[in-house]
Design a protein around this ligand. Sequence first.
Ligand code: SAM
Length: 403
Amino acid sequence: MRIDIVSIFPGYLEPLNLSLIGSAQRAGLLDIRVHDLRQWTHDRHRSVDDTPYGGGAGMVMRPEPWGEALDALTDTDATPDRPHLVVPSPGGRVFNQDVAGSLATEPWLAFACGRYEGIDERVIDQAGEMMPVSVLSLGDYVLGGGEVAALAMVEAITRLVPGVIGNEESLTEESHTGGLLEYPVYTKPPRWRGREVPAVLRSGHHEAIQQWRTQQRRQRTAERRPDLVAPTGNALRLTGALDHRGDLLIAPATAADAGELLTLARACWLAEAREQDSFLIPALTEDLDDVLTWMAQWRTWVVRMDGRIIGSVRARRAGRNWDIGRLMVAPDVQGCGLGRALMEHAEGAAPTELTGFTVFTGAHSTRNERLYRRAGYQVSGHSDFRGEATVELYKPRPSSRLQ
Ligand code: SAM
């Protein structure tokens, strides 16, 4: 991944040469280039700011040096020829683990670090016509400049880039993966200042440990971040045979759901395997580790009925599109509107700056293709995934707009 950072204080970004990110740069996984905005000024004082139109306190960053900086960044032979521009701002959409995960899939990011009262708005408007732009806030407080925000975002994003963290398994149950905080962690000694490590963690009983950790994640999230728990209460109203069940809740999947998702995938894709006359469909060949790996990279939601998962869908950013996949409905509840409701939920979760939705299905999956066409998708391409012919379908987002 390439990352360009433009700032009037390039020295602020020096910590990016340390620790994991420094090693990842030396290993060639990351190519981070820090630029001094003042190299694109032409006056004796190398000035980058001026008084605000309309009056008021403080200074505003002038558009000319920023315009030249962004022109210089995009005037290259690089592929792709445009970065995804991140503009840190307290007035932006809040940066979180989902946003970090989406940006980690981009090949090239650029950060425009503001100072003073911010950057002349026309710079961001014009950049939006040339490249994807995300205006992102680190949180609901005001920093003196965008450098600390860029440092934090680059660290959160790059540790999700494959290879940057040695043990990628450590990403799967972290805070904010699957919408929950992490469980409490302990190390040796087993007793310290009269406090014991919970016995279950020393029991060696893997399943009991997993259950304890899931329960701790739910409890900790409810206590410390009830705002994270609340959005899980989205209700889906189903029809047909499930009408009498009332609303079912759709919730973010957690690592503890991986086993059930594996089982559901096998049940759901069996029919497709028959239709395609091939069992080499990825959803049928993967194991539990594969499921845990993709769950760390996608947002995944599940719907439960009587305690068991009866439906699921996943989504993530793919360039300017929101890639939706693994739409699963348990065989005994198909035809009740659950697939459509899951699709609508996944589409509704797309970050506002994305312009369209994509789905993939097997080239011979006429049933899936019909479902997607009914939802407004049209075939946009054919490709080959691990030797299996697949069809890509696309739907533009209604009135999409850059943030
Ligand atoms: N006048 C601006 C406002 O009220 O929205 C605040 C400008 S702030 C003093 C200067 C710069 O710091 C911003 O342009 C932005 O780059 C950065 N910044 C400040 N707080 C931030 C936050 N919470 N998240 C991301 N960037 C922030």
